[in-house]
Design a protein around this ligand. Structure first.
Ligand code: ADP
Length: 545
């Protein structure tokens, strides 16, 4: 028999403090770039924990953060769970009623707030029933006049705190360590609670060479916000492995990303596809030195094949496509070729690289169709169900758990195929599929094809109600500047025609200046569906003829 040593985040921090005290965390803040060693981060983290204990935070209490990706947020990432409390990372871009809902629902006792987000909290302060203290993430000089009370300056708490504070030694690995709310399609956000055990196992998984292979030698730049599924687990993994962390702070633009990559010699950066679209444009317009990059990691929405090829063939930057959800911590699968697939024809290899990939060790998947389990033959579609040690088994105090979890499986709401080799291909989110005349059209496939066209910058395909076919696809397209005057709807339809069955072709292509984005940078298809819901029912609709 082996020792039953609990998997707790304290051991993650302690490893960095004792084995990598000289390695650094680079933090871009409103007042410039700051550098801290893991030794300093450890001391500041302990001081924060002691200060939070003074403020009355007890075991199991929730502490909310409204913060950018910076060193203070990283300190909260460890101080809160390691003292036995629960870190609630709040999505700063939620609408006001959702913000107050999740703070009350999580029963946050203390809020750590970046000065920039103070107005958000001031606007809802009378609706917050559980918060006892507000901590502004800065020094005394950065605490503005505010109607909130009591208010503390983070740096004063750190200065007065105990840098040698000892975390409780009796933490159970199944105690909650963090929580994050995911936006529901309709209705209020749903809470997911992570445990110490799930967080540690997930962090370890990011180090496997067949997943992301994060290691000590990496300089990691998480562009994905720390309020979006724990920045995909990178803060915990990087601290565990002693990797250098580059935290990009507020107002991250493609230019900021390019400059950080060059200046800090970043080796891996992670973000959603729109981030990579933006960076590619920046790099093509203003070249930067990016040869330190061993991979950009793309997830959160489907990475179009054209984007992967652009990075690898034109920019010379390796590209890793991964898939996951808030409910799964998030890592579920990574698209890497198997060793014996290296000899496949080029086209086939790109196809595989654009799938969502192979389920990572530790998780299990199945496809559930209308008639039971679907076969893994790359054709039969079904909803992807998942289980594993870092998959939620309920939403926090939420009746909607009943539909989303059955018999120990999470129903992802994603419609997928899995091929004989085990590669998962997300066909669409169930809610984004276009249901045309009893058949399904994948908005993702059409978007991918459109975004491979040289004139197209971004494309979102949505289902629009249709009197005869129930729904038909229309494409909303943003053209690259140099092509705006010369590219027509017909050009794009001609380009799609040989690639798809006739009934898959969008009924219309609408040129927009911008595709609206969700709070975490994904295409906000809900807004487009709302805007164009009558597009095919008006008298002028050509498809009515
Ligand atoms: P939200 O619903 O707010 O987007 P999440 O960030 O948890 O919440 O999103 C998870 C969903 O994002 C998945 O269910 C899936 O639909 C989509 N997704 C994530 N990664 C990918 C990917 N690589 N390819 C396609 N879809 C993805």
């Amino acid at each position: 028999m082996m020792m039953n040593v609990p998997l707790v985040l304290t051991s993650v921090l302690e490893r960095a403090e004792t084995i990598f005290p000289k390695k650094t965390v680079v933090s871009r803040t409103a007042s410039g770039i700051q550098r801290y060693t893991y030794k300093e981060i450890g001391e500041r983290t302990r001081a924060l924990a002691s200060a939070l204990a003074e403020l009355g935070v007890k075991r199991g209490d929730r502490v909310g953060t409204l913060a950018w990706n910076d060193h203070r947020h990283l300190e909260a990432y460890f101080a809160v769970p390691c003292m036995g409390a629960v870190l609630h990372t709040i999505n700063i871009r939620l609408p006001k009623d959702h913000l107050s809902y999740i703070i009350n629902h999580a029963e946050d006792k203390v809020l750590l707030v970046d000065r920039q987000f103070l107005p958000l909290i001031e606007a809802i302060k009378d609706e917050l029933y559980t918060v006892r203290a507000f901590v502004i993430l800065g020094d005394e000089a950065e605490v503005p006049e505010t109607a909130l009370a009591p208010v503390y300056a983070y740096e004063s708490l750190i200065a007065a705190g105990d840098r040698r504070y000892r975390f409780p030694q009796d933490l159970d690995e199944n105690e909650p360590s963090g929580m994050c709310y995911t936006s529901a399609t309709t209705g209020l956000p749903k809470g997911v609670v992570y445990t110490h055990r799930s967080s540690v196992l997930h962090a370890l998984t990011l180090g496997l060479v067949d997943t992301l292979g994060l290691s000590e030698a990496d300089v990691c730049l998480p562009i994905v916000p720390m309020f979006h599924v724990n920045a995909w687990g990178t803060p915990y993994a990087c601290t565990y492995f002693g990797s250098t962390l580059v935290l990009p702070g507020p107002n991250v633009t493609p230019k900021v990303i390019a400059e950080l990559i060059e200046a800090e010699k970043v080796t891996t950066a992670s973000g959603v596809p729109t981030v990579w679209l933006g960076l590619a444009k920046e790099l093509q317009e203003r070249p930067h030195k990016t040869d330190s990059l061993r991979a950009v990691i793309c997830g959160g929405a489907a990475a179009p094949k054209g984007l992967i090829r652009l990075y690898e063939e034109k920019l010379g930057i390796p590209f890793i496509h991964a898939y996951g959800l808030t409910e799964t911590s998030p890592l579920v699968s990574v698209a890497r070729l198997k060793s014996y697939q290296n000899d496949l024809p080029e086209e086939e290899k790109w196809e595989i690289r654009a799938t969502q990939g192979l389920i990572v060790p530790g998780l299990q998947a199945k496809l559930v169709g209308e008639n039971g389990e679907a076969a893994w033959n790359g054709k039969e579609m079904g909803e992807l169900w998942l289980r594993g040690p870092w998959v939620a088994d309920e939403y926090y105090k939420d009746e909607r758990s009943r539909e989303a979890f059955t018999d120990g499986w999470l129903h992802t709401g994603d419609i997928a195929t899995i091929d004989e080799e085990g590669f998962v291909k997300i066909v669409d989110r169930a809610k984004d599929l276009v249901k045309s005349g009893g058949e399904w059209i994948s908005s993702v496939d059409l978007e991918n094809a459109l975004m491979a066209h040289e004139a197209v910058f971004e494309a979102a395909v949505i289902a629009v109600p249709h009197p005869k076919w129930q729904e038909r696809p229309i494409a909303c397209v943003v053209l690259k500047e140099p092509y705006q005057a010369t590219t027509s709807k017909e050009d794009l339809l001609d380009y799609l025609r040989p690639q798809f069955a006739k009934w898959w072709l969008p009924d219309d292509i609408i040129f927009l200046d911008e595709i609206p984005k969700t709070s975490v940078g994904k295409f906000l298809k809900r807004a487009l569906r709302e805007r164009f819901k009558n597009h095919l029912t008006s008298a002028s609709d050509p498809s009515m003829a």
